[in-house]
Design a protein around this ligand. Structure first.
Ligand code: ATP
Length: 335
């Protein structure tokens, strides 16, 4: 068995795949403030795991513990097959961490940052140069390699940061909010980079406030709220737990609106906006049933929208909050 693999008992949703990261009963308090109140995590090798949570939920604290930066008050942690208690140095050698605050030194060039990292990891000079050049090319930074990093855009700095994390070839990387503050294009670039890492077999532990990001990237998502995991599963599993799919019909004439309300069952009426809401999973069959019923009474809606539950709904249902920093997600598809 490779050293980065640890067997885990089969657990709900986690399957029996070998874990790259496993934690049980993780607790951490600052003074009398309990930040993590008994957290279990299981991240199979070669997968992307997203830890979601509102501001202050304890995501960064969890990452800091798992990446050996701080010690938990209680709990057992194994990363890359090594126990945090006693083998933290082995864990450190096996992982890469990109935090919310960049490790990039703006005064030196991108290439110099990379070579510095290669030196820190004691790579032989030749190998360090080769690895730096390869990573700079892979992250589309070759042209900027000889410019001071302070002249880089936010997206370029973030790419350089991750490239630096990869110099030592970690098989597990922690990305704490990797796309916060990036524009949509840079965010999509970052997603491609993360997908590329996973294609190479790297395990990615990601924290994010962007629900769309977790949906796009993560094999599994855990929602952290008040120091506890309140839900865990694939994005699809989480969405299925949440009711909320519906068809919304909007009318301009009150008479048509009333006729439609009478014709349809199980509608929620909004008399002010002349809108009807019908619970629906959004399948073609369910939509057709609604349309057939409207047709049969000769009523035509002025607008029809289908709302399928997304991670926003999950997040809201589980944490009682939507994150004001998350960008608006287009949830509804006008038909
Ligand atoms: N060193 C510390 N000393 C005291 N309190 C701390 C310390 N580090 C974190 N906290 C507190 O612990 C709580 C969780 O912080 P943490 O940074 O883990 O949350 P987070 O989920 O990462 O939040 P965000 O999304 O805002 O980064 C917060 O209330 C924070 O103020």
């Amino acid at each position: 068995m490779p050293s980065s693999v640890m067997p885990m008992p089969s657990q709900a949703g986690g399957g029996s795949a070998p874990a790259a990261i496993a934690a049980t009963g993780l607790r951490k308090s600052y003074g009398d403030k309990a930040v993590l109140g008994g957290v279990d995590l299981h991240v199979p090798q070669g997968t992307v795991f997203a830890l979601l949570g509102p501001n202050g939920a304890g995501k960064t604290t969890a990452v800091k513990i798992l990446s050996t930066l701080i010690t938990p008050d209680a709990g057992r942690v194994r990363v890359a097959g090594h126990d945090l208690a006693g083998e933290a140095h082995r864990i450190r050698a096996a992982i890469g961490v990109t935090g919310q605050f960049s490790a990039v030194d703006g005064l030196i060039t991108g290439e110099e940052n990379m070579l510095l990292m290669a030196d820190l990891h004691h790579l032989p000079r030749q190998e360090g140069r080769r690895t730096a050049a390869e990573l700079l090319a892979r992250f589309d930074l070759t042209d900027a390699a000889h410019k001071p990093a302070s002249t880089y855009s936010g997206g370029m700095k973030r790419r350089l940061d991750i490239a630096m994390t990869l110099v030592a070839g970690p098989r597990i990387i922690f990305l704490d909010e990797p796309t916060t503050g990036l524009d949509p294009r840079s965010r999509h670039n970052m997603w491609q980079i993360i997908r590329g890492l996973v294609a190479d077999g790297v395990t990615v532990f990601l924290t994010t406030q962007y629900l769309e990001e977790a949906d796009e990237l993560a094999d599994r998502v855990a929602v952290l709220n008040n120091g506890r995991i309140v839900a865990e599963g694939t994005p699809e599993q989480l969405k299925r737990q949440i009711p909320g799919g519906h068809v919304r019909l909007r009318f301009t004439h009150p008479d048509t609106y009333r006729a439609a309300a009478d014709a349809l069952r199980e509608v929620t009426r909004d008399d002010e906006t002349l809108t009807l809401q019908i619970p629906s999973g959004g399948s073609q069959r369910e939509l057709r049933a609604v349309l057939d019923r409207l047709d049969s009474t000769g009523v035509e809606a002025d607008e029809l929208t289908v709302h399928t539950p997304d991670l926003d709904d999950v997040f809201f249902a589980l944490t009682g909050t939507t994150d004001p920093t998350a960008p608006a997600q287009p949830k509804e598809t006008a038909r």
